[in-house]
Design a protein around this ligand. Structure first.
Ligand SMILES: *Cc1c(COP(=O)(O)O)cnc(C)c1O
Length: 395
């Protein structure tokens, strides 16, 4: 915002439209310039040695990267934000900012798969031990703490299985034990979950999803409170992370419309989820805004909205029948990622193998849907034809 002291008093949609823009610094142009840069020139050696300029090197920040950082900092109510080249890069950055050899880390069993892989490869190699916990654990997480537990990594809801977590209860325990709380807040975006206000110290987003919103850029963000900010800044500097200005610009452009897009994703998703619940082929719909969802009470207590990502559990069906259903869908693309304008579907291959602290005993196969901005009547007609193929293929 032109006067950053205003930010607290504006509501989220107003912040989205104005934050991180400084037309007065850019000849009146509405949007910030896309600055392609490595070298920053100093007028004299004394200026260079005295760091008199606002910028000193492309890697350490430009007006373009600062615009997105400023926007995310305002939206998260954070002390500061750093950018990473992908969501996974942001997760790795956040974890590396607060862990050292000999530390112990607690991670939700419902965590995004590649986060678990990072813990089991890089962190393990550098001497950090990870224990996975039941996402429904709440304050009972206290029993898993050791003297060297330095951080808890949460994700709510889980982006495949949609368990909600009692983040404030977990944060209270963690803080009493001197540990930091990290959260993968991608599903909710800063608009639907105020992570830092609920006790999270480092809030992470795969900006690739709803912030970018158009399936054309990979980027990640980490926003930190005062306590976690100095170490985040240092880790970002020392790891040499940098995001190209065109991608930063597209993320910032996506952010401007994230409020309206998300409201439509939520409306569409709730329509489709309610319809799916009533289908004979469906055993359960995993989407916290539904009253039938086991995490609904927590979602209602802590969240201010929802995105368009959900899963459904089918009645028992063969792999071939599920493939017949999914392969023939016309509007749901088969592909990883989500948060763009278009609908997507995936069917994970082996749900049980990605969990170690808790089992996975669903009645049938899990199908994850991203509900895009298409007309829901068309989406439901497409899915209805899919169910006909499923049934025709037999169990
Ligand atoms: C996609 C995703 C990520 C990783 O983001 P990338 O930009 O694909 O690296 C992290 N967390 C969640 C929950 C995601 O869905």
């Amino acid at each position: 915002m032109h006067d950053s002291s205003d930010q607290k008093s504006y509501r989220p949609d107003t912040v989205l439209a104005h934050v991180g823009r400084h037309p007065e610094d850019n000849n009146g142009f509405v949007n910030p310039p896309v600055i392609h840069a490595s070298t920053v020139l100093s007028p004299t050696l004394a200026d260079m040695h005295g760091h008199t300029g606002r910028y000193n090197y492309g890697r350490s920040g430009t007006p373009t990267t600062e615009a997105l950082e400023e926007a995310m900092t305002a939206l998260e109510g954070a002390a500061g934000t750093k950018l990473a080249p992908s969501g996974l890069g942001a997760i790795a950055l956040a974890l590396q900012s607060c862990l050292s050899a000999g530390d112990h880390l607690l991670v939700t069993d419902s965590v995004y798969g590649p986060t678990r892989r990072f813990c089991e490869t890089v962190l393990k190699r550098f001497g950090v031990e990870t224990t996975y916990y039941d996402p429904l654990i709440g304050a009972d997480i206290a029993a898993l703490f050791r003297d060297n537990t330095r951080a808890v990594f949460t994700e709510a809801p889980g982006s495949l299985t949609f368990e909600m977590q009692d983040i404030p209860a977990i944060a209270e325990v963690a803080h009493a034990r001197g540990a930091l709380v990290l959260m993968d807040n991608t599903w909710a975006t800063p608009l639907c979950y105020a992570a830092l206000a609920h006790g999270v110290d480092l809030s992470i987003h795969a900006g690739t999803k709803y912030i970018v919103g158009h399936s054309d850029v990979m980027i990640g963000t980490v926003s930190a409170n005062e306590k976690a900010w100095p170490a985040l800044q240092a880790a970002h500097r020392d790891l040499g992370l940098h995001v190209g200005p065109d991608d930063v610009y597209l993320a910032l452009r996506g952010l401007r419309t994230m409020g309206v897009r998300l409201r439509q994703h939520q409306e569409n998703a709730l329509t489709v989820a309610t319809w799916l619940e009533a289908r004979d082929e469906v055993s359960q719909v995993l989407y916290p805004p539904l009253e039938s969802d086991p995490g609904h009470a927590l979602w209602k207590r802590d969240f201010t909205g929802a995105s368009g990502l959900m899963s459904l559990i089918l009645k028992p069906a063969s792999e071939a029948a599920v493939a017949a259903m999914v392969d023939g869908l016309k509007l749901f693309g088969i592909g990883a990622s989500w948060g763009g304008f278009e609908s997507l579907v995936i069917v994970p291959q082996d749900m049980a193998s990605v969990r170690t602290a808790t089992g996975w005993n669903a009645e049938g196969p899990l199908v994850r849907l991203h509900i895009g901005l298409e007309d829901t009547a068309d989406l439901m007609a497409d899915l209805a034809e899919g169910f006909e193929r499923l049934t025709a293929a037999g169990a």
